[in-house]
Design a protein around this ligand. Structure first.
Ligand code: HEM
Ligand SMILES: *[C@@H]1O[C@H](CO)[C@@H](O)[C@H](O)[C@H]1NC(C)=O
Ligand SMILES: *[C@@H]1O[C@H](CO)[C@@H](O)[C@H](O)[C@H]1NC(C)=O
Ligand SMILES: *[C@@H]1O[C@H](CO)[C@@H](O)[C@H](O)[C@H]1NC(C)=O
Ligand SMILES: *[C@@H]1O[C@H](CO)[C@@H](O)[C@H](O)[C@H]1NC(C)=O
Ligand SMILES: *[C@@H]1O[C@H](CO)[C@@H](O)[C@H](O)[C@H]1NC(C)=O
Ligand SMILES: *[C@@H]1O[C@H](CO)[C@@H](O)[C@H](O)[C@H]1NC(C)=O
Ligand SMILES: *[C@@H]1O[C@H](CO)[C@@H](O)[C@H](O)[C@H]1NC(C)=O
Ligand SMILES: *[C@@H]1O[C@H](CO)[C@@H](O)[C@H](O)[C@H]1NC(C)=O
Length: 531
C-alpha cells in the first residue's frame, strides 16, 4: 500500500479539486442523519419520506382522487410558517400546525394527514418541523421542481402560535401586510403564492362558496378543482395559464370576493407573473423563496449549514466484539453521484488504535446490484453506489490489541487508486465501547452484551434511547450497571443487560471522566434470535 503523506495529499487535492468542499466531517450524528434523510431517497438504504410522493399523484390515507400528498405537504409547510412575525420573532416553521387545526384558515384534513404520515420520520436528530420542511422540499424536488436548500435544527413548538395564515376573502392590502409580517415583499408574495399553487387545488367540500360546482360524486373525487392543468407537476403552468386566460384556478376565475390569486398575481401589473413565462426564472425564484419559507423559524432557533451531499459517506459503521476476543467491523459506504462500474474496486483501510498503519489493514469491499440509490431534483436523477464492509458474511476481523482508530477508502476505477479520506482527516471510530456478539433478541426482550475496553476507568455506562411522548421523539437514558462483568476474556469486559423497551434506534454511551464514547445507532432488527 502506497500512501502519500497526509499533508501532501491535502495539498494535492486542494490543487486539483478546488471545487470539492467538505460538507462536514464524519461522524456527526445530527448532520449524518440530516444528510441521509435529505439525500437517500430511493433504493438501497433509502429513507421513507419520498414514498408518499412517488408517484406524485399518490394520496395516502385519503379516500379521494384529485388530491395528492405532494400538495398537502407543501401547503402544510407554508401554513405552519405563516404565523411568523419578523418584528417579534415569534412563530414560524416549528410544527405548531399540530395545535392550529381549529383555526378557520386551516380547514380540511390535509394538515392532519401530513403530520400523521411524516411524524414517524422525526427522531432525536431531526425534529418534526425539520421533517415538515423536508417533506415540502421533497414534494417539490420529486415532482419536477428545482432543488431547494435545506438546513436542519428546527425546534418543535409545544403549543399553537398566534393565528396568521392568509384567507382568500381578505383584500390585497391585508395580504400584503400578512406577507410583510412574515418577512416577504409584495413581489415575493406573488412568487410564493404562484410557486405554492402549482400543486393542488381548492376543494368544493371545504370551500363551496369558491368551488360552487359539486363534482364530488363524479369519478369519486373531493371536488378539488386544480390551480393549473398539471396539479401534480411542479411547473410554470400556474403562471402561463393565468396570463393566457386559459386558467381554471378557482382563486382567479371564482367569485370576485375570494379571487385572492387574481388580486395578488396582478398587483404589480403582472410583472412578476410575466417573468415566470421563463421556466428557469420560475424555478430559481421558487427555489429561493421556498428555502426562505422553510428557514423562517422563531427567533433564537439556530439552523445548521445547508445540508450538502457527502461525496463519500460511511453509514452504520460499527464494531462488534466477538467471543474469541477479536473485533468485527461492519458498515456501508455510499459513493455519491456515480454509477455501477465493473472496473471499480473499493477498499476500506484503517490505522490501528495507536494510529499506526498495519499489515493487512485493508479490505476489499463488496457490492451487489441492489446497492444503488437515487435522488431527484431539477428534473435530474443522481445515482449513488454503495459498497459494504460485509461481503456475504465476510467482514474485516481485527485483532483486538491492534484494533482500529481511523479508516478511509481507496478506490480504483482503472486509472490508479484514489484515496477518499475526508481531505486527510480520515474517518474516526472509537473502540472503547461496543456491542458484543452474544447480543440477541427474544420477542420484545433485547439482551445486550456490552464490551468495555479494559484499562480505562469508566464512570458511567448507559443507553440513549427514544420514546414517543405527545407524538414526538424524546431522548431517554437507561443506565447499565457495571457491577460484575459476565465475561472478561481478552482485552474487554462484557456486561450483560436486558431491556424490552428499545424500539427505535438507540446507542450505547460510555463516560470516562468528562470524555464520552458512543456507538453509532443500533436497531432491534440487526440482532439475531436468542435460541
Ligand atoms: C394569500 C395567500 C394564500 C391564500 C389565500 C391561499 C388559499 C388557498 C386555498 C383556499 C386553498 C384550497 C385548500 C383546499 O381546498 O384544500 C389553497 C390550497 C393550496 N395552497 Fe394556498 N393560499 C395562499 C398562499 C399559499 C402559499 C404561499 C403556498 C405555498 C408556498 C400555498 C400552497 C397551497 C397548496 C400546495 C395548496 C393545495 C392543497 C391541496 O390541493 O391539497 N398557498 N390555498
Ligand atoms: C372512493 O374510493 C375509495 C377508494 O379509492 C373508496 O374506498 C370509496 O368507497 C369510494 N367512494 C365512493 C363514493 O365511491
Ligand atoms: C408583530 O410583533 C410586533 C412586536 O411585538 C407587534 O407590535 C405587532 O403587532 C405584531 N404584528 C402582528 C400582526 O401581530
Ligand atoms: C359542473 O361539473 C360537471 C361535471 O364535470 C360539468 O359537466 C358541468 O359543466 C359543470 N358545471 C359548471 C357550471 O361548471
Ligand atoms: C372523470 O373521468 C373521466 C375518465 O377518466 C374523465 O374523462 C372526466 O373528465 C372525469 N370527470 C371529472 C369531472 O373529473
Ligand atoms: C394581468 O393578466 C391578466 C391575464 O392575462 C389580465 O386579465 C389582466 O388585465 C392583467 N392585469 C394587468 C394589470 O395588466
Ligand atoms: C452480511 O451479509 C449477509 C449477506 O448479505 C447477511 O445475511 C448478513 O446478515 C450480513 N451480516 C451483517 C452483520 O450485516
Ligand atoms: C498489544 O499491543 C502493544 C502495543 O502495540 C504491545 O506492546 C503488546 O505486546 C501487544 N500485546 C499482545 C498480547 O499482542
Ligand atoms: C430478558 O432476557 C434475559 C436473558 O435471557 C432474562 O434474564 C430476562 O428475564 C428477560 N426479561 C424479560 C422481561 O423477559
Amino acid at each position: 500500500m502506497t500512501l502519500l503523506c497526509p499533508s501532501w495529499r491535502t495539498f494535492l487535492s486542494l490543487l486539483v479539486l478546488p471545487s470539492i468542499v467538505l460538507a462536514y466531517k464524519w461522524p456527526n450524528p445530527q448532520l449524518d442523519e440530516l444528510e441521509s434523510q435529505r439525500y437517500d431517497r430511493m433504493g438501497y438504504n433509502a429513507r421513507a419520506l419520498s414514498e408518499g410522493v412517488i408517484p406524485c399523484d399518490q394520496f395516502l390515507l385519503g379516500e379521494t382522487v384529485g388530491r395528492a400528498n405532494a400538495a398537502d405537504w407543501l401547503r402544510t409547510a407554508y401554513h405552519d410558517m405563516a404565523t411568523h412575525n419578523v418584528t417579534s420573532g415569534t412563530g414560524g416553521l416549528d410544527g405548531s400546525i399540530r395545535f392550529e387545526q381549529d383555526q378557520p384558515a386551516n380547514v380540511g384534513n390535509g394538515f392532519a394527514l401530513t403530520v400523521l404520515l411524516l411524524r414517524g420520520e422525526a427522531n432525536r436528530y431531526i425534529s418534526l418541523s425539520d421533517i415538515l420542511a423536508l417533506g415540502a422540499i421533497t414534494a417539490v424536488e420529486q415532482c419536477g421542481g428545482p432543488k431547494v436548500n435545506f438546513r436542519g435544527g428546527r425546534v418543535d413548538a409545544t403549543k399553537a402560535d398566534a393565528p396568521g395564515v392568509p384567507e382568500p376573502q381578505q383584500d390585497l392590502k391585508t395580504h400584503t401586510e400578512i406577507f410583510a409580517r412574515q418577512g416577504f415583499t409584495q413581489a415575493e408574495m406573488i412568487g410564493l403564492v404562484a410557486c405554492g399553487h402549482t400543486f393542488g387545488g381548492v376543494q368544493h367540500q371545504l370551500f363551496p362558496n369558491i368551488v360552487t360546482n359539486d363534482t364530488r360524486g363524479v369519478n369519486n373525487t373531493s371536488g378539488n378543482v386544480h390551480f393549473d392543468s398539471t396539479f401534480i407537476t411542479f411547473d410554470n403552468n400556474i403562471a402561463t395559464e393565468y396570463l393566457d386566460g386559459t386558467t381554471h384556478n378557482p382563486l382567479v376565475v371564482g367569485p370576485d370576493e375570494t379571487n385572492s390569486d387574481k388580486r395578488i398575481f396582478s398587483s404589480d401589473g403582472n410583472r412578476t407573473m410575466n417573468s415566470f413565462r421563463n421556466q428557469r426564472v420560475f424555478f430559481k425564484t421558487c427555489a429561493d423563496l421556498f428555502a426562505r419559507m422553510v428557514d423562517t423559524v422563531p427567533r433564537g432557533v439556530q439552523l445548521t449549514q445547508v445540508i450538502e451531499p457527502m461525496p463519500v459517506k460511511p453509514q452504520g459503521v460499527h464494531l462488534v466484539y466477538m467471543n474469541d476476543g477479536r473485533i468485527r467491523m461492519h458498515g456501508d459506504v455510499r459513493l455519491w453521484n456515480t454509477h455501477e462500474d465493473p472496473e471499480r474496486s473499493a477498499e476500506v483501510c484503517w490505522l490501528d488504535r495507536l494510529g499506526h498503519e498495519c499489515d493487512g489493514c485493508c479490505w476489499q469491499l463488496g457490492h451487489t446490484s441492489d446497492q444503488v440509490s437515487t435522488f431527484v431534483a431539477d428534473r435530474k436523477e443522481t445515482t449513488s453506489v454503495w459498497y459494504s464492509f460485509n461481503q456475504t458474511t465476510r467482514y474485516p476481523i481485527l485483532d483486538a490489541n491492534s484494533s482500529v482508530s481511523k479508516f478511509w477508502f481507496e478506490i480504483d476505477e482503472g486509472h490508479g487508486k484514489r484515496v477518499e479520506d475526508q481531505e486527510g482527516h480520515r474517518y474516526a471510530l472509537q473502540d472503547v465501547v461496543m456491542l458484543a456478539d452474544s447480543s440477541c433478541r427474544e420477542d420484545l426482550n433485547l439482551t445486550l452484551g456490552i464490551a468495555v475496553r479494559k484499562g480505562i476507568k469508566p464512570t458511567r455506562l448507559y443507553l440513549e434511547a427514544e420514546s414517543i411522548i405527545d407524538d414526538l421523539p424524546v431522548v431517554r437514558t437507561i443506565n447499565v450497571p457495571m457491577t460484575t462483568p459476565t465475561s472478561r476474556n481478552g482485552l474487554y469486559n462484557v456486561y450483560t443487560f436486558s431491556d424490552s423497551t428499545l424500539f427505535r434506534e438507540w446507542n450505547i454511551v460510555l463516560e470516562v471522566g468528562n470524555k464520552k464514547y458512543a456507538t453509532t445507532n443500533l436497531q432491534r432488527h440487526e440482532f439475531p434470535d436468542c435460541a
